[in-house]
Design a protein around this ligand. Structure first.
Ligand SMILES: [Ca+2]
Ligand SMILES: [Ca+2]
Ligand SMILES: [Ca+2]
Length: 410
């Protein structure tokens, strides 16, 4: 399930933008300390600024043509209302770009078509509790409705862009009548959108579900799907924890241990980290457990990451995208069941000595290091991961020597 206690995943990021798989370094093995420092670790940095209202279940897509993150819709905390505004984030600033386009809705499926340079959106759930089946595209200037047929009305489906076969791939979702006496139907169908028309791929695959996670692994050229809420027809529905891959033709289940069963997590593939990231989610109802964990799937195994920086709040319905801006990824919004968030988070690779993951190893990190310093063979806990730089479980002079090499100055 998780790495053995005391292990940590260390990333070696080359200066060129080539992909290097994460190295899992175990405490029982020789350390992976480089002569010039400790290596690179994942870190969460809260970069919140004025932007979209608190919300969850919006769409978030990275427009690699214009180098912006696009956000649309979602459900707001203040009103419980779904919204229909379009925002863009350039890595530092959020800008409201449109208030017209698709009707207000939450939990649409969306992906960025990198060849045609448009964000594609399908369906969602509107303020009349109706499931929707329309298809829209955002070109950076305006939304255009491009189809009204295709996957039937649904929400909480997931979609990725397959850059190899140059098509969007949509799986699953839910149709329901809303309100009391609700009827619902979960889907297990696979659809592709080529920019002109939808085609259903009639294939065996994951059981029917909604609120799963999907991301496209550009390196291994497969879509990765995890979990959600669903099951085999006639057997009742539950939270799921299975991992599947779509290679453009067929689904293959990958039978591996990984994150616990859950729904409404968010997933994104990161070339910087060399794997598919999974963050948060929720299990159970009405006694729901929300998660704040970060995982990575490298095509062979899931590893739980121990990011530096501020711990994320437990959340579901947030959205993570990875991109080529300063940062490895941006996460927005989400909900813990009571509050909805308007926080912007950066998930990026920092020096393993950068305790607060702000991109510098300075005096602030030194004070954290000193506070964590316990001497040889005194175990350090999670908050002190940045003070155990040789990953042998303690924080001692050997670690301090590495810290000194990483130190950027005050
Ligand atoms: Ca720092
Ligand atoms: Ca030691
Ligand atoms: Ca140590």
């Amino acid at each position: 399930m998780t790495n053995p206690a005391g292990s940590r995943t260390v990333f070696m990021i080359p200066s060129a933008a080539f992909v290097v798989a994460g190295l899992t370094v175990f405490s029982s093995l020789p350390t992976d300390v480089r002569a010039d420092g400790s290596g690179t670790c994942p870190g969460w940095l809260d970069v919140s600024t004025v932007g979209p209202s608190p919300r969850s279940n919006m769409i978030l897509a990275y427009d690699g043509t214009r180098d912006v993150v696009v956000l649309f819709g979602g459900v707001e905390a203040s009103s419980g209302q779904k919204v229909g505004d379009t925002w863009e984030y350039d890595g530092s600033t959020w800008t409201l770009r449109a208030t017209t386009g698709p009707t207000a809705r939450q939990d649409s499926a969306a992906a960025f078509d990198a060849v045609r340079g448009v964000v594609v959106l399908h369906g969602g759930h509107d303020n009349n509790d109706a499931a929707l089946g329309d298809t829209w595209e955002w070109d950076g200037t305006a939304w255009a409705q491009v189809a009204t047929s295709g996957p039937t009305d649904r929400w909480s489906a997931r979609m990725v862009y397959d850059g190899i076969r140059q098509e969007c791939v949509l799986f699953g979702g839910i149709w329901d009548t809303g309100g009391s006496g609700e009827e619902e139907w979960l889907y297990n169908d696979t659809w592709v959108w080529d920019g002109t028309s939808w085609q259903q791929r009639v294939v065996e695959g994951p059981c029917a579900r909604r609120s799963h996670g999907m991301a496209f692994d550009d390196t291994r050229q497969v879509a990765v799907l995890f979990g959600g809420y669903g099951g085999e027809f006639g057997q009742g529905f539950e939270n799921l924890g299975d991992t599947w891959e779509w290679d453009g033709t067929q689904w293959l289940e990958r039978t591996v241990a990984g994150p616990s069963e859950r729904r409404h997590m968010t997933m994104a593939y990161s070339t910087d980290f060399g794997g598919t990231l999974l963050v948060g989610g929720v299990y159970g109802w009405p006694d729901a457990t929300y998660f704040n964990d970060t995982w990575m799937w490298d095509g062979m195994q899931w590893s739980q990451l121990q990011p530096l920086g501020d711990p994320l709040p437990a959340l579901a319905g947030a959205r993570l995208v990875s991109h080529n801006l300063l940062n490895a990824g941006t996460l927005y919004g989400g909900s813990n069941g009571e509050d909805q968030f308007d926080d912007t988070w950066r998930l990026w690779a920092v020096s393993c000595s950068d305790c607060d993951a702000n991109g510098y190893v300075d005096l602030t990190d030194l004070s954290t290091f000193v506070a964590c310093f316990e001497g040889p063979e005194n175990p350090v806990g999670d908050p002190c991961a940045c003070a155990d730089l040789d990953v042998d479980g303690d924080s001692d002079l050997a670690d301090f020597a590495v810290f000194q090499m990483d130190f950027d100055g005050p």
